[in-house]
Design a protein around this ligand. Structure first.
Ligand code: CTP
Length: 421
């Protein structure tokens, strides 16, 4: 027991009113086992799910259940000044809305309002409440203020439905706390990470290779992952240039608050995408090739519509330029090049082969044979493969994947630029 680096660190564990409150018991216990001094703050409704006695017994400290504690009237301001970390698990939609608004009508919210300690929230709620635009906006605002978010995960929910909204695994929540308390950044789910001053070039969507004026060879890429990466770059304080085939589909997805952090360049073919990337790469610190670029295109594009009466056409194909391969072999030493690959078997080996052959710094690999993974879905599960190892990001939203990819890429960038100096 006792993780020496964490001994004596002061953590406030906030518990809100959700079924997942029982899992907060495990978070509390693990933090105590690691040597943290844990104070638990429960909202009044949370006490319908777990009793304060459980937490006071585990933490060895009184539980903050009200802003009006007769024994210590100013507990929240004392605590706020002492804390090294505040973690809220589960964080409900109601709590998130109040916290965003600065409401301080219970011990937990009052302590948050008065504290400058890092904050981690682990949301848990029904999918519809999570996907509600109000909740989404509240979370985005909190994240833009530096609040860290873990989960929610996709899976079985309390009412028997399956969807997004499950509390992240307590082990993962504790891992994030440990990273913050010990001052390390594991590079995953690292919402703590600021991309301030970092320029990221992202490609997204599937290219369209024309056959004639009305037909093209295309692919199923929805562009969701690339769009999410560009969005998260902006929310994490960086600037993004998004080179995409999907300009109409992304209209309205980027709120005006992102303003001039984002530049969008519209392209259609692999060749246009290549030219746009080559034209922009000098300005970029990190390049993320999320796009599904056609490997082959018709060698000749007809300038008139091909007629059915001419019979089935023979379309001769020729290779397109492999953008990732080209930039992987020809970029400044301080730039980070990230590629994606979709595989159906031998994920790690295939990804590592691509890492080496294309000279990339990071390959984000997904096994598209798995359910809910990759093309068209809102969720993904990826393996991040670097020269030093690999890290599995379990099934989660494309937003979380985006943040994991960006954290890892930024970590590589920092290491490179430190060496450069
Ligand atoms: N890519 C690229 N230019 C191309 C083709 C792909 O930049 N002409 C990039 C993609 O954006 C992605 C990565 O390369 O980041 C995918 O690698 P690739 O070898 O094309 O993967 P697959 O198409 O899956 O290749 P294979 O069929 O050989 O497995």
């Amino acid at each position: 027991m006792g993780h020496s680096a964490l001994s004596g660190t002061r953590v406030l564990l906030g518990v809100c009113a959700g079924i997942a409150a029982y899992k907060a018991v495990e978070v509390c216990r693990s933090l105590v086992d690691l040597g943290c001094q844990v104070t638990v703050a429960m909202t009044a409704d949370a006490q319908n799910f777990v009793g304060p006695m459980t937490f006071s017994a585990l933490s060895g400290r009184p539980v903050l259940t009200s802003i009006f504690d007769p024994n210590e009237p100013l507990a929240h301001t004392r605590l706020a000044g002492e804390l090294d970390l505040i973690v809220v698990a589960p964080a409900t939609a109601d709590f998130i809305a109040k916290y965003r608004a600065g409401i301080a009508d219970n011990g937990l919210l009052a302590t948050l309002a008065a504290s400058s300690a890092p904050v981690v929230i682990a949301p848990a709620m029904h999918s519809q409440m999570w996907e509600n635009p109000a909740t989404q906006e509240n979370v985005a605002v909190l994240q833009s203020r530096g609040v860290l978010k873990v989960g929610p995960d996709t899976g079985l929910l309390a009412g028997g439905d399956v969807g997004i909204g499950r509390l992240a695994d307590p082990v993962r929540i504790v891992d994030v706390c440990v990273d913050i308390l010990s001052g390390t950044d594991r590079g995953v789910e690292g919402n703590s990470l600021s991309l301030e001053g970092i320029k990221v070039l992202v490609t997204s969507g599937g290219t369209r290779e024309p056959i004639d004026p009305v037909r093209f060879i295309g692919n199923r890429s929805s562009g969701k992952q690339g769009t999410e990466i560009a969005l998260q770059v902006c929310l994490m304080g960086g600037t993004a240039t998004l080179i995409t085939t999907l300009v109409p589909q992304i209209q309205g997805l980027f709120s005006t608050s992102i303003g001039d952090r984002l530049t969008v360049v519209e392209v259609e073919t692999a060749q246009e995408m290549a030219e746009a990337v080559f034209g922009e790469i000098d300005q970029a610190d990190i390049v993320i090739m999320t796009a599904a670029v056609a490997d082959f295109r018709p060698a000749r594009v007809l300038d008139h519509k091909y007629k059915k009466s001419s019979g089935p056409p023979n379309i001769l194909l020729e290779p397109t330029v492999d953008i990732l391969d080209r930039i992987g072999h020809d970029h400044r030493d301080d730039q980070v090049i990230v590629g994606f690959c979709a595989e159906t078997e031998n994920l790690e080996n295939q990804a590592r082969l691509k890492l080496v052959s294309k000279q990339a710094d990071l390959i984000v690999a997904n096994d598209v044979s798995k359910p809910q993974v990759g093309f068209g879905y809102d969720t993904n599960e990826v393996l991040l493969v670097t020269q030093d190892g690999h890290y599995q990001v379990p099934l989660t939203t494309k937003e979380e994947i985006a943040r994991a990819v960006l954290s890892k890429a930024a970590e590589i960038y920092r290491n490179k630029t430190i060496k450069e100096r």
